[in-house]
Design a protein around this ligand. Structure first.
Ligand code: ZN
Length: 260
């Protein structure tokens, strides 16, 4: 099939009625997202966070507690945080201030965004030092073609919400940003999509680093083909959701304690 139809994917997505069931689903996907990050080795000490907006109280979001291994996070570990940085639900009392500073302002600036992800993954942070967007080198990288930005104003650990505002401004209406000298950031309409964009973008950074290590100059995908591939094949929201499903299948089998 040359061109995928977004409507075909839509039929695969579960329709979840009611805020209780939606919240349970979002939290389960969030916990699964952390296990995926753990398995890909995206952790670096205490750095990294994924958030999802609460369906009933959309000014608040669920996030990982500070200092807990991605490989051990369960649904019961997640904490809900309000716009002022107060933990309003959950058993943990530690919030990563950088997570709050970045994600609270992103969720504020982008009402369409349900989830956001950031970590100090090795290829993302290595590529970030170049201060450049990714090139359309492969089919996979077309997902990010003309749909990611560089935030090129690193001033230290993000602890202030004003820096979150500036990151949100750089991101604009795109699906991802490269935070220069720092790492990757992705957003989406579901946790599933957001985590997939992160996994894929990290590997696109790895691919570009490999390509740039070769002697010959790479041949880029033509702009109109890259755009079409993004819009109709690999880069629309439900394609991201669908690409997450194989990762989720493995996590659900290998991590039975996820929903404890
Ligand atoms: Zn960071």
């Amino acid at each position: 099939m040359r061109t995928q139809n977004p409507e075909q994917y839509k039929a695969l997505m579960p329709v979840i009625e009611g805020v209780e069931a939606q919240r349970a689903h979002r939290k389960k996907m969030l916990a699964a997202g952390f296990r995926i990050f753990g398995r890909f080795g995206f952790s670096e000490g205490v750095a990294g966070h994924i958030t999802v907006r609460d369906p009933e109280f959309p000014d608040t979001f669920w996030v990982n507690p500070f200092g807990v291994s991605f490989n051990r996070i369960k649904v019961s570990d997640l904490i809900r945080v309000d716009e002022d940085g107060n933990i309003v639900e959950g058993k943990h009392t530690n919030l990563n201030r950088a997570a709050f500073a970045i994600h609270s302002r992103l969720h504020h600036a982008r009402p369409d965004v349900i989830a956001a992800a950031h970590s100090h993954s090795i290829y993302g942070k290595s590529w970030s030092a170049m201060g450049k967007t990714l090139d359309p080198l492969t089919q996979d990288s077309c997902a990010f073609y003309d749909d990611h930005a560089v935030f090129d104003d690193y001033t230290g650990v993000v602890l202030d919400t004003s820096e979150g505002d500036r990151i949100a401004e750089a991101l604009g209406d795109r699906k991802a940003a490269i935070l220069k000298n720092h790492g990757l950031l992705t957003v989406g309409h579901t946790v599933e999509e957001t985590v997939w964009w992160f996994v894929s973008m990290e590997r696109c950074c790895q691919a570009q680093i490999l390509v740039e290590s070769m002697r010959d100059k790479p041949q880029l995908i033509r702009p109109e083909v890259a755009l079409s591939t993004r819009n109709h094949e690999v880069g629309f929201p439900i394609a991201g959701w669908f690409s997450f499903q194989p990762l989720l299948q493995d996590i659900l089998v290998n991590c039975p304690d996820l929903v404890d």
